[in-house]
Design a protein around this ligand. Sequence first.
Ligand code: ZN
Ligand code: ZN
Length: 232
Amino acid sequence: MEKFCPKCGKDVESLVAGLCKDCFLEKKKPAELPARIEFEKCKACGKVKFKGKWLEESQEALKALALQGLRNKMFDSFKPSVEFFEKPEGFKAVVSLEGKVQGVELSQRLESLLSAKTVLCDSCMKLKSNYFEATVQVRFEKKPSQEIFESLLESADAFLRPLQRQDSLASIAKVQGLKNGMDLTVGSNRAAKRLAQFLASKSIEKVKVSSTLAGVDKSGHEKLRYTYCVRL
Ligand SMILES: [Zn+2]
Ligand SMILES: [Zn+2]
């Protein structure tokens, strides 16, 4: 049987809360999204914080941030899709929801501005305050030329960069040039070990490892600082 909307008089197949879809959406918001969602973004590595974790800034991370702010009030179920538009003050997120309210198919469009608050993430803060878990010592037979020195640093940086996606401390905190080589302090021990193996892959000598006690952490565990020696 044909029904009609008591508000606008339109003939429709089904009513939602006694109204046609248009009149219903005009009066009610089945879901709500804050006009502005603030998130933290690291000014050094560019990662964004989501539920206490630092993630690469990606479409997925931004989508998760936008949907986290969503409040469903009336949808029985819905499927969201999100589009982003870059703005000087952040990202405009347009969220489209397709779902059912009281058994009737409805779509709703919502907007929010995701605005970044620039901070330093925990890892970058540590690296800035000279935190490091390991040192990679690179030693040459004789004093290396400036070019060799620089190209080695460049390849070390290039090697570490993809590791930073998973491990923000996979970065050189400090470089110290020496007569016959250099010392690289690295934030993460795992990354330092892999870097040493990578640098030693061009040499016939194996990496030598040693460790010293760096202190005791809050839970009473001994903290070791590792040194990887690479002879080229
Ligand atoms: Zn109506
Ligand atoms: Zn960072």
